[in-house]
Design a binder for this molecule. Structure first.
Ligand code: HDD
Length: 694
């Protein structure tokens, strides 16, 4: 564990007035005036009216009244951490950016988020996750503002406000919170065929990740990298988690939201506090104009991927998150990402959505952070020199001395000047890639953006049977919350263009009285693309239990050897053991040793763990089996296909809970059995048990 942080008073102090008694700093007003009484307002007599001249009270309340800033209009709920990006040099020839020089270590700040819910919403909402990274490079800040899904709902930024309005709570009633399971969302989606590919991703397990540490990230758009010689290469960015991908199942997500609404932020925070620093590889898909011209889809269309089988992902560096924030507001809340923040060697393409984003982010920060000087806030300030003649404004913190505040000028010759190049000089300023542009001014979607179903189908058919079933169930759940039958039917019409089996399962799940007809498509000939194994989570398991947690349900008399064996085996795997006991104080093991519990049973349901061990003693199990939370603990673990380690005493609980043992159950009778259990846990879920699921 890291050392406790400095107390708030110390870290807020600096030079302080000292109390008469010695080294405790004296509380002051914002003006630095020492305060004699912070418990009572100034009043005329002990029972008299308050006095307006109480400047300490007025200042304190005034400041409190202004503590909140507007939450982000989307991605309001998020959690951030500091780290670094280390380049392996593979992009040196492709981009002149200093961040890609071999061995270059660039400080970074990452903020993960959900999109639709407000700042206080629960972490396990079914939603896209934001994955925004600020690289404080030597040549200025580069922001890669991505998501955990590589495509987007819409192709044109004009539709973004409509999309967000439709997804968020409905304006008359102010609900539902953090959920698309309502009429407005599905009305918009079903009237927006370009969203169908994204629909497949969002209603797959990708939208209920187990943790931020176990999800991929994507830059979504095609960007450009530009070399020192001025050569441009198209690029798509990928973040690949070192611990592999993992999601929860929907029933688990629903329960986690109740048991621990902060599940994802707590997970990230704890991993970093424990020194288990989450890590991602930065991968790139690189391609040129020739590939773009022959590729079946438009690389400027943000609703399309380039399959990894067509253009493999090359690793160009790694991101490590190794430091939690000191102050959530100062860092996570005030961090301002802008897609327009690029550095020499990284450039935009004509993806219309990206072009629109470049306006929106700068604009929104002005509103959120209250003025044009948000780049002066430490979390947003570049870590390289900043020199220009912009001045003044709200909360200006960088106020240069001297007379010169314009350019050109004829003063001392030391004020900043632009540096046009040559481009190959490391000092050269940012130059845009001179992509030729011509054409009539039109409001028109390119024909090359019009196939909305082929890649949606490719995603669906690339999933395993269990993942396909999860998509079917998610769509049935969502559309069952839609009151208008015509909207439900319209969605099924789209699904008919994606996969007949999927459409049939959803239509049956909704019990539609009449079978809808396929939606007329702009491009009727849907292509049957080759399935891409990389699109499935289950087909790409991590083969390790590292970073995961076993929840062990224990009572007095728990076998001391088994407990020690389990702790050892999990430690060797890089995993954690948490003890769940009827009382939080803990339990006494068979050898009489005391173990503090991490959770009281009712506060530590099995949904919070990746696998469970049910280890009551034979004496302890009778009382345990009477507790509903104990029966739920095992019943849920089984329903969620978790691996179960168990002591001989546990079988009485299984009987009470109506749970049948299968090959996903591993007996833990002696310390040596624990390695077998941990080896089974590496598969993460015993999916074969899924046969029981509808
Ligand atoms: Fe956005 C925030 C990701 C399309 C307008 N967006 C925001 C965040 C992420 C994304 C991760 C949170 C950043 C943070 O943690 O502070 N957005 C995306 C991706 C998109 C996308 C991957 C499509 C590829 N966004 C998009 C469009 C628009 C916006 C088309 C507007 C035209 N996004 C915003 C915003 C936000 C934002 C309103 C809200 C808060 C903020 O910017 O800082 O400007």
């Amino acid at each position: 564990m890291t050392q406790p942080k400095a107390t708030p008073v110390e870290s807020r102090g600096g030079e302080t007035h000292q109390t008469a008694g010695g080294d405790i700093p004296v509380l002051t007003t914002q003006q630095g005036v020492p305060v004699s009484d912070d418990q009572n307002t100034l009043r005329a007599g002990p029972r008299g009216p308050a006095l307006l001249e109480d400047f300490h009270f007025r200042e304190k309340i005034f400041h409190f009244d202004h503590e909140r800033i507007p939450e982000r209009v989307v991605h309001a709920r998020g959690y951030g951490a500091h780290g670094y990006f280390e380049s392996n040099g593979a992009l040196e020839k492709v981009s002149r950016a200093a961040v890609f020089k071999k061995g270059e270590k660039t400080p970074t700040f990452v903020r993960f988020s959900t999109v639709a819910g407000n700042k206080g919403s629960a972490d396990l909402a079914r939603d896209v996750r934001g994955f925004a990274t600020k690289f404080y490079t030597k040549e200025g800040n580069w922001d890669l503002v991505g998501n955990n899904i590589p495509v987007f709902f819409i192709q044109d930024p004009m539709k973004f406000p409509d999309m967000v309005h439709a997804f968020k709570d409905e304006p008359d009633r102010g609900f539902p919170q953090a959920a698309t399971a309502h009429d407005n969302a599905w009305d918009f989606i079903s009237l927006t065929p370009e969203s169908m590919h994204m629909v497949m991703w969002v209603y797959s397990d990708r939208a209920i990740p187990r943790s931020f540490r176990f999800m991929e990230g994507f830059g979504v758009h095609t960007f450009r990298l530009v070399s020192a010689e001025g050569k441009s290469t198209f690029v798509k960015f990928h973040w690949k988690p070192k611990l592999g991908l993992q999601s929860v199942v929907w029933n688990e997500a629903v329960k986690i939201n109740g048991a621990d609404p902060d599940f994802h932020r707590r997970d990230l925070w704890s991993a970093i506090e424990k020194g288990e620093f989450p890590e991602w590889e930065l991968g790139v898909q690189l391609f040129d104009d020739a590939f773009a011209d022959k590729f079946a889809f438009d690389v400027l269309d943000p609703t399309k991927i380039v399959p990894e089988e067509d253009v493999p992902v090359q690793v160009v560096g790694r991101l490590v998150l190794d430091r939690n924030v000191d102050n959530f507001f100062a860092e996570t809340e005030q961090v301002a990402f802008c897609t327009q923040n690029v550095v020499p060697g990284i450039d935009f393409t004509n993806d219309p959505l990206l072009q629109g984003r470049n306006f929106s982010y700068l604009d929104t920060q002005l509103k959120r952070l209250g003025g044009p000087n948000f780049t002066h806030i430490p979390i947003n300030a570049p870590k390289c020199p900043v020199m220009n003649f912009q001045q003044d404004g709200h909360m200006a913190m960088r106020n240069p001395k001297g007379r010169v505040n314009y350019e050109p000028n004829s003063w001392d010759g030391k004020s900043p000047r632009e540096e046009p190049g040559p481009r190959e000089s490391p000092a050269a300023g940012y130059t845009s890639f001179p992509a030729p542009v011509e054409g009539p001014k039109v409001r028109q979607r390119s024909e090359t953006f019009s196939d909305h179903y082929s890649q949606a189908r490719q995603f669906y058919v690339s999933q395993t049977a269990i993942e396909q079933r999860h998509i079917q169930n998610a769509l049935v759940f969502e559309l069952s919350k839609v009151s208008r039958v015509d909207i439900r039917a319209r969605m099924v019409s789209h699904l008919l263009n994606i996969d007949a089996g999927l459409a049939d399962a959803v239509a049956k799940g909704l019990r539609l009285k009449e079978a809808p007809k396929p939606m007329p498509a702009a491009k009727p000939t849907r292509q049957d693309l080759k399935p891409s194994d990389k699109l499935s989570i289950v087909k790409n398991p991590p083969k390790s239990f590292t970073g995961r947690t076993v929840g062990a349900l224990v009572t007095d008399g728990v076998d001391a050897d088994v407990l020690a064996g389990l702790r050892k085996a999990l430690k060797a795997e890089g995993a954690t053991l948490k003890l769940v006991a009827p009382e939080v104080g803990g339990v006494k093991d068979s050898a009489g040793a005391w173990h503090d519990a991490d959770e009281k049973l009712e506060g530590g349901p099995s949904v919070l763990f990746d696998a469970v061990a049910i280890l009551p003693s034979k004496d302890g199990v009778t009382a345990l089996a009477h507790l509903p939370a104990a029966r739920d603990f095992i019943a849920d673990a089984v329903a969620h296909r978790k691996f179960v380690g168990y002591s001989a005493g546990a079988t009485a609980l299984f009987e009470k809970a109506g749970v049948a043992r299968d090959e996903g159950f591993v007996p833990l009778n002696k310390a040596g059995d624990c390695d077998t259990f941990v080896a089974a846990c590496r598969k993460l879920r015993f999916w074969d048990r899924a046969a029981a699921e509808r």
